[in-house]
Write a protein of this length. Sequence first.
Lengths: 788, 161
Amino acid sequence: MPKDGGIGASSKRREDVRFLTGNGNYTDDINKRGQAHVFFLRSDVAHGVLKSVDTAAAAAMDGVVQIFTGADFEAIGGMPCGWQVTDKNGEVMQEPKHPVLAHGKVRHVGEPIAAVVADTLAQARDAAEAIVVEIDDLPAVINMKNAVKEGATKVHDDLTSNLCYDWALGAENKDAVDAAFKNAAHVTTLELVNNRLVANPMEPRVALGDYNRSDDQHTLYTTSQNPHVIRLLMGAFVLGIPEHKLRVVAPDVGGGFGTKIFHYQEEAFCTFAAKACNRPVKWTSSRSEAFISDAHGRDHVSKIELALDADNNFTALRTDTYANMGAYLSTFAPSVPTWLHGILMAGNYKTPVIYVNVKAVFTNTVPVDAYRGAGRPEATYQLERLVDKAAHELKVDPIALRRQNFITEFPYATPVAVEYDTGDYVATMDKLEEISDLAGFAARRKASEAKGKLRGFGVNCYIEACGIAPSNLVGQLGARAGLYESATVRVNATGGLVVMTGSHSHGQGHETSFAQVVAEMIGIDENMIEIVHGDTSKVPMGMGTYGSRSIAVGGSAMVRATEKIIAKAKKIASHLLEASESDIELKDGAFSVAGTDKSVAWGDVTLAAYVPHNYPLEDIEPGLEETAFYDPSNFTYPSGAYACEVELDPETGQVTIERFSAADDFGNIINPMIVTGQVHGGLAQGIGQALLENCVYDDEGQLLSASYMDYAMPRASDLPMYDVDHSCQTPCTHNPLGVKGCGEAGAIGSPPSVVNAVLDAMRSGGHDIGHIDMPVSPSRVWAAMQKS
Amino acid sequence: MAQVKMTVNGKTASGEVEGRTLLAQFLRDDQGLTGTHVGCDTSQCGACVVHVNGEAVKSCTMLAVEANGATVDTIEGQANADGSLNVIQQAFQDHHGLQCGFCTPGMVMSASALLKENPKPTEAEVRHYLDGNICRCTGYHNIVKAIMAASGQDVSAIAAE
């Protein structure tokens, strides 16, 4: 029987009621008395010398409060980068200055040049049109391989080249890797592109700065996944505002997918301008602005090689990747192609030696940073396409080749720096074969062929490292932050309680699932628990939500704080019951003395804590509030196996997804309904990358896919119903809930199976093309079939 | 500036607007009805769908002055008279048809228009009708299922939400 509450129950989401009735409180819904609006005049060229910005005519226009340019920010810190990668020679990465408003040069289309603050947005926009900007165009640096050639135009004149870093993992194994390739019975090589994407949460970014002269307090309302991180980065590194004078609020946030992790210029500007103009200053991004100012994702070009012995065992893996950083280093950009990518290259397989090389490159494009999965989808795509290609070259079954090379014993230390605690890759593959009805595929293919269509079946496995991350480890790897999480549990006198969590919910349903955990631990109704997040004035500290870390890290902090609450409540109960503390048991919201019928209710204990008339004041303080910080000892390693079944129209190249099946191992699960929903969303983004989405620049650095007219967002009719199973559960061994996290799996695990399925369909029609790059659009498929 | 007057969720709403003021802006900024969202500027995403004289309309693509005299219904007016969720809203909650909630008002308003036009839509018909509503969170599975459930159809054969 399914549970109707607590851990493991598909509790309906409490946040839904406000969203369904129009009562959500998103950042753009907040307006302050006297607020002005800012419009950013953005560069329309990719690269050039900024000769002059003449704001005189604009400043005289109706409603204009003040116009700012790069010169106004010369004395102010630039945008900070939160991760410093050390390259394969022990040198730190090249780190360019990143101004709030462009100064000296413009380096990508969309870079803000001037900010017009006016009474209304329309006035600000009108005035921006009257600003005269003079730019001497420079050649745009777009192609990564050209960008690192000798003599290439430099994006940043003060750096030695466009190479941010040349990083390697497994350098100690490089000779062994090269030897394994020399001795290999078979080598499979694949060159591929992981297409650039735009995250596109449906809520565009918004920033509203407010300043109170009476107490010198700054407030920033912003669409952020991690308000405390913004407070620290912006306060300490950009504007010089100490944390006790700066409040950052991220209320209801309409999706993030990574792109709302980062600290952006518009946030710093609105906070700064609110004081400078002595008025609240609000910026609401249009979708068109979002395309040229939100950090993009992916954009890797890779060559990957697999060595196999005569029995088809993997003996070595070698990769060479170019990773686009864009024009500047976004907050966590350097970590994505390195420590979130290289460490996943073992995948689900016991490849003994691996060497990973990544060159990060500056180009005249929007900065690139984490997007759902961040580095891990790029690793999975390379590996799972490569294994499939190897299987076809060797004429063996792709599933059998995978099974043969699975890691089967845990813990397993990979040759790429991580140790998987648990997993059962055979179980998820078995489950996948069942739910995808692999046995029935041949009949379905026949039926498609009878209609003149081709049908393909593609699989892939995935492993991810999430629950990010042990602070001491990431510190060694270059992180300029700790990656713990905190929670405060405040119990009120009448027994209800508030959890203040540093995790941030922007669609994940924390208000429901976090409450389920505490309800289970204490044995009280979920409705007695309120989850508070997203406000630095309410939550003591927080590192935020990304990397599928909320339940694994934030949830663990909440468990630790709740354990402290229970421990203190037991002391109070033992006093009230005149029994030894060690005999007190907590069950179903009541404390009882073991082996007796003496008990006291949760509410009586909480009341005693705040009305301490009969209370052990000599031993413990009144009140019932506890805080815990939780720093994980390892990443968590969700894993799974996915299958995609496509139908392909050979006349047009059109591919439709007929079935998609996902068998995941997320360890323990708090709310199965929410977990399934997270997988659905991830799958849609992964299928979107594989079939539809592509962020394209021309040679001059103009973004060709800059609106929903040109960037193919997945629509309802592009996607199937999904078969999702998470009954294979190997609990995480190192966090108190045994949870692994589920937010990114769908996006990490789905692109390779889609492409593998399309290639399988093409092969069945006699077109063995080896590889096709994403997005697998009708024109690409059709063109490839004409050539082969 | 022009005077506009319309009936929004059964109440008279009036104000002075610029000619270029969009209906979505009038609802959000003048009337404080912030449940209607704006997710794009090319009339693609559908977060701003409201009903004007009973028809689903993208309120980011209609001027406020064009709605002068009209009857407008927004997400804020959809719940039952006692404040409980209506059938469509309840189905979205029951089947986990929303995550971040930003596209949700437009989805609910579009679903309501669809079911008026086609009381028992097939899965393919629901998907086709939602072409003008983009969701980035749910992958649509549970939205489609919720709308079919709201139409009174048995959705138990569709994989669990």
